[in-house]
Design a protein around this ligand. Structure first.
Ligand code: ADP
Ligand code: MG
Length: 322
């Protein structure tokens, strides 16, 4: 008998429940949220050819599918609880599903969460995950809390995921070592879950970076009703990206996408608290600009000279039209 959807679920996804009251196998999963906590819920879908290359190793695809979802919980300051997986598969490929589950569940274990349900269907390769998290009532980090005078911060480094993608596409030439150094940023990003929780009560607003710094910052500014001044030469970048041309560095850090770092604001007098939170979370954070009452985004270079073409980083995609 050929492998069916229930065999796949049974063999690769179903494990004994730990924290949930009821996991895979019934019509619903059951979870018991703790008193005083709010539920944080987010979904992200990954479609073959659009969000990942068809050549990606299944383990890394599994990792990334959960990572990008956990990144949304991180941006809200929520602690992950559990997740579901809706999977569309061209065929019941045991090897593929097994390896996918391995990468997915390894990251789940690293965050102490479990897969509690989902759906499996035949179709184009697509993964849609829903993550559930909890956050103390009223303490979620939102996009809307930033105020003029706040400092803008970002975690980690920016641009490597895009640099790796362009190396895959052949638009940038990287030697083997450099490629190996940036490839994990694209294939196995690490969601900043601990940092998000450590920033509760410290950050005034937060968003995770999935679509590029300038575009995502625009969402935070719009939600908060503020503007920003951003020093493009202060943006943290890897040694590999720092060796590329200035134009490439700016394109990748400002408009690269797939960074899964946290962009957040905090009152200027909370810098010590921000640094302490980052230390506790084991993540590097860098101040990159300040928020202004005047709306709009002003990009300046190290000397304070405005970049002439700010709009291109939000609306124009250099890479697709090149
Ligand atoms: P229903 O018909 O009630 O929607 P299904 O027959 O689709 O349930 O699924 C059977 C069980 O397997 C359910 O508990 C469901 O949550 C779980 N499940 C289905 N697909 C997946 C998946 N890809 N990952 C995890 N659990 C899954
Ligand atoms: Mg049912």
């Amino acid at each position: 008998m050929p492998t069916g959807e229930f065999d796949l679920i049974q063999r690769h996804f179903r494990r004994p429940v730990r924290r949930a009251l009821l996991g895979i196998g019934d019509d619903c999963a059951l979870l018991a949220p703790r008193p005083g906590m709010q539920l944080a819920v987010s979904s992200d879908m990954l479609v073959e050819g659009r969000h990942f290359l068809s050549t990606v190793a299944p383990e890394r695809l599994g990792h990334k599918a959960l990572a990008v979802n956990l990144s949304d919980l991180a941006a809200c300051g929520a602690a992950p609880l559990a997740f579901t997986l809706a999977l569309s598969l061209p065929r019941a490929d045991e090897d593929f599903v097994g390896r996918l589950a391995q990468g997915l569940l390894a990251l789940a274990d690293a965050h102490g969460i479990e897969l509690v349900g989902g759906d499996t269907t035949a179709g184009p390769l697509t993964l849609c995950l829903t993550v559930l998290g909890e956050v103390p009532a009223g303490q979620a980090l939102l996009r809307s809390g930033a105020r003029p005078g706040d400092t803008l911060w970002v975690s980690g480094t920016l641009g490597d995921a895009r640099l790796a993608l362009e190396a895959f596409r052949g638009t940038v030439a990287l030697d083997g070592l450099d490629f190996d150094a940036v490839r994990p940023a694209m294939e196995t990003p690490q969601p900043r879950v601990a940092l998000g929780q450590a920033l509760r009560g410290v950050a005034s607003a937060a968003i995770d970076l999935s679509d590029g710094l300038v575009g995502d910052l625009g969402h935070l500014l719009a939600a908060s009703g503020v503007g920003a001044r951003l020093d493009v030469d202060a943006l943290p970048r890897s040694a590999v990206l720092a060796r590329q041309t200035t134009a490439w560095q700016r394109d990748c850090t400002l408009a690269g996408g797939d960074d899964y770092e946290l962009l957040f604001s905090a009152p200027a007098d909370r810098a010590q608290a921000v640094r302490a939170a980052a230390r506790n979370a084991g993540v590097v954070v860098t101040p990159i600009g300040e928020l202004t009452a005047e709306p709009g985004l002003r990009l300046v270079d190290r000397a304070g000279t405005p970049l002439p073409d700010t709009a291109r980083y939000a609306g124009f995609d250099h890479f697709r039209t090149a």
